[in-house]
Design a protein. Structure first.
Length: 434
């Protein structure tokens, strides 16, 4: 969003300078006692022709000769500043505009252009000073209010900036950019409802302003409205299909909404455009796991791990997919890798215990299961699994103890396992009485 605002500023900057008439011979105050000599007039003509063709180097050379000969010629200083800015010599242009303003303080185009130049140079306080004067000189010119608002925004003076954006809208009700930039500021302040309304108005005024749709979506996310936010993300991406970061973000939004197929569709587009984009392979692993497309999930998780092998949760996720594929030795290896990187990863510990259990490595599984049961609010089914481990190892007292704990806690939550537990508990009590 911020980068789009900068583009708007640069475009407006160029358009403004293009629209600003070349000042020589028009509204400048020419010194009455020092009329230009013939050679000065020729230099001015050369400069004007050069400016018309954007030959800024030639213009600068001619105009420097003019101001050397006629230092009080306001028009020459203005055009010199304009030419220097065309060459991105902002320091020189700033000094030249200041000289023009020194000679003629009420020179509105110089105040306006200098303010714009200072915004581009990230000198917002100095810009605001010039633009405040420009607003005083031409209070009905929406451009001055717009750039003044931008300078105030850059200075962090949000309330004052908002007033100026609103003044732009009053003077020019069809000015979509003013609503858009006001919305950006409101979004940064987390005033989500105000931002939503301003982005909506910008989009209404200019349906081609795609970034208004993006801002609208972000504001709706801030309001915890992911479903309508997704619609506006889609509208933005219709216009800007190559914005991979936003498409990736939209995929995450769809995941939160449980729209896994839509999430995968967007992730695949990102992957096709940039398979090395950080996080995209892992996300495809996640979404394919949710869609039970386990071979694809495995493939993407392995690709992600090849790029980032030290992510504990990525090893855990691959381990879970391998476990679901009944590839128990491989899943065991991934869960162990996860725990080596993060010994407190409870899901990896649970996965390792399950993979060991499925391989009938009960003695190794028991300590893991018992550790999981010491955690707050463990799953009740773990007592059943622990009981079956002890049962298979012929440790009848501990098997019975855990079957009974399971039955006490389950209370109808796992009816099939409860039936099995009751039957085994009866047999174990009988055997232990012998």
């Amino acid at each position: 969003m911020a980068s789009f605002c900068l583009i708007i500023q640069r475009l407006s900057f160029i358009i403004l300078f293009a629209a600003s008439f070349s000042f020589a011979g028009q509204t400048s105050r020419k010194p009455a006692s020092s009329p230009p000599h013939d050679d000065v007039s020729a230099l001015l003509k050369t400069a004007q022709d050069a400016l018309d063709h954007q030959d800024f180097e030639t213009a600068v050379k001619s105009l420097k000769s003019v101001v050397a000969s006629q230092p009080d010629l306001v028009a020459a200083w203005f055009d010199l500043a304009y030419a220097e800015s065309g060459l991105h010599r902002n320091d020189e242009a700033t000094k030249d505009y200041q000289k023009a303003i020194e000679l003629q303080p009420g020179l509105y185009p110089a105040r306006l252009n200098l303010g714009i130049l200072l915004i581009e140079d990230h000198r917002p306080d100095a810009a605001a000073e010039q633009l405040a004067e420009a607003v005083k000189l031409k209070p009905e010119d929406a451009r001055a209010h717009l750039y003044y608002a931008r300078a105030l925004t850059q200075s962090g003076k949000a309330d004052l900036a908002a007033q100026q954006f609103q003044e732009v809208s009053r003077l020019d009700p069809a000015h979509a950019t003013a609503h858009y930039e006001l919305a950006q500021m409101e979004l940064q302040q987390k005033h989500y409802e105000d931002a939503r309304a301003s982005f909506a108005e910008a989009a209404r005024l200019d349906p081609k302003l795609a970034h208004a749709q993006l801002g609208w979506a972000l504001a709706l996310e801030g309001l915890n409205q992911p479903a309508p936010a997704a619609d506006h993300f889609e509208s933005y991406l219709d216009a800007k299909p190559d914005d991979l970061e936003t498409r990736f973000h939209l995929a995450r939004v769809y995941l939160t909404l449980g729209k896994n197929q839509e999430a995968r569709d967007n992730l695949e587009k990102v992957y096709e455009a940039n398979p090395q984009m950080p996080g995209v392979a892992a996300a495809l692993g996640d979404v394919n796991a949710l869609l039970k497309n386990l071979p694809e999930s495995e493939r993407f998780y392995k690709q992600a791990l090849a790029a980032t092998p030290d992510l504990a949760d990525l090893h855990r996720a691959l381990g879970q997919t391998l476990l679901d594929e009944q590839k128990y030795p491989e899943s065991e290896s991934e869960f162990r890798a996860s725990l080596k990187l993060d010994g407190h990863n409870g899901e990896a510990a649970k996965g390792l215990a399950t993979s060991l259990y499925m391989q009938k490595h009960y003695a190794e599984a028991i300590p893991l299961i018992e550790a999981l049961l010491r955690q707050p609010q463990p799953p009740v089914g773990l007592y059943f699994i622990l009981a079956t481990c002890y049962d298979d190892l012929k440790d009848r007292p501990k098997a019975l103890e855990n079957y009974e704990k399971f039955l006490d806690l389950s209370q109808g939550a796992l009816p099939d396992k409860e039936w099995q537990a009751r039957q085994r508990a009866k047999l174990l009590r009988r055997e232990l009485r012998k």
